[in-house]
Design a protein around this ligand. Sequence first.
Ligand code: PLP
Length: 387
Amino acid sequence: MDIIYADNNATTQIAPSVLDEMMPYLKDYYGNPSSMHTFGGQVGKKIQEARAQTASLLNATPEEILFTSCGTESDSTAINAAIRSNPTKKHIVTTRVEHPAVKNLCEKLAKDGFRITYVPVDQNGALDLDFLYQSLTDDTAIVSIMWANNETGVIFPVEKIASVVKGKGIAFHTDAVQAVGKIPIDLKNSDIDMLSLSGHKIHAPKGIGALYIRKRTKFSPFLIGGHQEKGRRGGTENVASIIGLGAASRFSQELMEKENTEVKNLRDTLEKGLLEKIEHSFVNGEKERRLPNTTSIAFEYVEGEAILLMMDQFGICASSGSACTSGSLEPSHVLRAMGVPFTAAHGTIRFSLSTYNTMEEVNRIIEKLPPIIQTLRNMSPFWKQNQ
Ligand code: PLP
């Protein structure tokens, strides 16, 4: 059975050109980049090339890029660095809709005595900026706001927020794991202090990420060890994956235009087709300021997990808007924060496309999904009650 992979916000296929660049560094050039000999030294040079490629995707300088193991590590490194660098400040500002990489860290820090302000969103997923600005105090150590939401694709005005936060002398971090590679990012002309990204969302392998740290930003390392990464992260480098991230950054830069035209057109066609064919369905979140590849669609009165299982039989891969916790299917914290009604949040499916998807695949989803929803609705007591 052919797979239709529409779950690219979860992870992406490694681009063949990325894999080609990595292979020699898994097989032949296995030297340690910290070694004095030429054999290791040549690997170090290739890491610097990857650093420059990653910087270029963000319009940053190579010295501002720190390689990490993933987006989660980048988020933790940034937030922990800010609170360690400002030991007297005990307040953190973030949003209600962050990825668990930030959300769960903040919940842990709350237990450690930090005061956390969670900025709310409206029913379109847009941030309450007045609430955010009013929450900033002399005690605020860091503001961490995601660039784009992984579930709905809604984009936050982080550049605007960063300049207000900077004006108050507070550190600003953004989790841009979903934004990088999908929308243009220009850090040179922004007030963002730190930015997290992850390789496996942009066609590099899993287990590699990066943190942008603006020059002169106060920093304190998370992993203490050797002198790698200029002492900002100990541990022998994940060489092949770093090279993969560099290659993927170049690949993403080349594809940015296509992402915002062709991939967007696929997403729009999918969205329109499903909404037209399936009654009682709607898009979660504002449609304009949104990632070009993502759509979160609520199919009322059905269970998202049941939809996923039935789509799986046709090889269609997507994600639901629920988090399976302790046996009960809770709608995601993002949809709850937006006030999406229970009967819609439960039936939400996120489709996230990439440059590897085709119109034929989109049409197949539009053909296969309506009968699946109808079958499930015929079994649903909620559906019957609302007819
Ligand atoms: N932040 C966001 C917005 C994400 O979507 C993800 C992954 O889904 C992460 C952070 C975590 O990235 P990683 O899987 O590389 O740890």
